[in-house]
Ligand binder design. Structure first.
Ligand code: UT7
Length: 325
């Protein structure tokens, strides 16, 4: 029996020009390159230029994804932007992206699940494509976390960076089995009891300010590996695939230690893990498509490969997606 699947046609990304190294940070706050590399794996991050906003990054990533997919912007009828750092409180950054790409049909909206945003957006878009309502979608993760960091707080400001990544998805009839191309399964979870462990201390309804990111890093770390592996085991149970079947593991890029521990616990070989946190830092909802694009560009991820995506972040929110590229 055939079924509609959301097939990934192409990926693109954009990183702001300015690179901020650990040594530069160590000039202004009490930290060191050694501490940051040892505890997180981060060596540098990109920072948006003054006046460069989230939609600017998103539009550049979207254009690159459209080019990689060999499709015209006019064929897109759905745009979902995962971001926690929108240009404005409203309208959605997605409508600015839509207008920037010259698209006047279909729908565009933002989705907010912090670092899990890209996986949540992928799952939401998959649902909408598989109903047959929309045909071709752009899913974008785009962030300017540099704007919500407290640059005097060394426990958070060294961790994050700016960037954007995008994928083009198309509804296609497939055989209906687990060998199909496209999104095979997604699993999303949230638990609001943990909301004070990673949050921004401002907002339109509470303080009428944007606020700054606050995190109990050790507490987040403690939960991360268990949540990540749990939701990946859900993906394995649903499809019958195991860690041995995975060609590439593309996790959210928050901390190399979390990635290594998760892969180890799941039994995924280190050479199958895509790690970009060293060059990008934690770019929240942008981290997965940024990492995906690196591994596609350098020839690791190829058509037909089984790719496992995973994220965990503020809320807590966490989720997985198993995709055949
Ligand atoms: O993407 C959303 C999900 N977010 C995450 O996954 C982040 C999860 N958490 C982490 O990645 C880690 O907990 C951190 C990287 C944030 C921190 O690493 P840690 O090994 O958990 O360190 P810690 O918080 O236990 O801090 C150890 C020490 C502390 O000093 P004392 O109390 O032991 O004297 C900190 O004050 O390191 C100190 N410290 C620093 N030292 C130099 C904290 N930040 C810094 C810094 N430079 N930037």
């Amino acid at each position: 029996m055939t079924m509609l699947r959301s097939v990934l046609l192409g990926c693109g990304s954009y990183l702001p020009e300015r690179v901020l190294t650990n040594d530069e940070l160590a000039r202004d706050i009490e930290t060191s390159n050694e501490w940051i590399v040892q505890r997180t794996g981060i060596e540098q991050r990109h920072i948006a230029a003054s006046g460069e906003v989230t939609s600017d990054l998103a539009i550049k990533a979207a254009r690159a994804a459209l080019a990689a997919a060999h499709v015209d912007a006019q064929s897109i009828d759905l745009i979902v932007v995962a971001t926690s750092t929108p240009d404005n409180t409203f309208p959605a950054t997605a409508v600015t992206v839509q207008a920037g790409l010259g698209i006047t049909r279909g729908a565009a909206f933002d989705l907010q699940a912090v670092c899990s945003g890209f996986v949540f957006a992928l799952a939401t878009t998959d649902g909408l494509l598989r109903t047959g309502t929309y045909k071709r979608a752009l899913v974008i993760g785009a962030e300017t976390f540099s704007r919500i960091l407290d640059w005097k707080d060394r426990t958070t400001c060294v961790l994050f960076g700016d960037g954007a990544g995008a994928v083009v998805l198309e509804a296609q009839q497939q055989g209906g089995g687990r060998d199909d191309r496209g999104i095979l399964t997604t699993h999303l979870r949230s638990d609001g009891r943990h909301k004070s462990k990673l949050y921004v201390d401002g907002g339109p309804s509470s303080t009428q300010t944007v606020g700054h990111l606050r995190m109990e890093g050790r507490a987040v770390f403690k939960h991360a590996v268990a949540m990540i592996t749990d939701v990946i085991e859900d993906a394995f149970r649903t499809t019958g695939y195991t860690a041995a079947d995975i060609d590439w593991f593309v996790p959210h890029q928050a901390n190399k230690r979390i990635i290594d521990d998760s892969a180890h616990k799941l039994g995924i070989a280190p050479q199958k893990v895509v790690i970009t946190v060293g060059q990008h830092g934690n770019t929240s909802a942008a981290s997965i498509p940024l990492a995906l694009n690196v591994a596609i560009k350098d020839g690791r991820i190829k058509k037909g490969d089984l790719v496992l995506l995973e994220a965990m972040g503020g809320g807590f929110t966490w989720g997985s997606a198993l995709v055949r590229w």
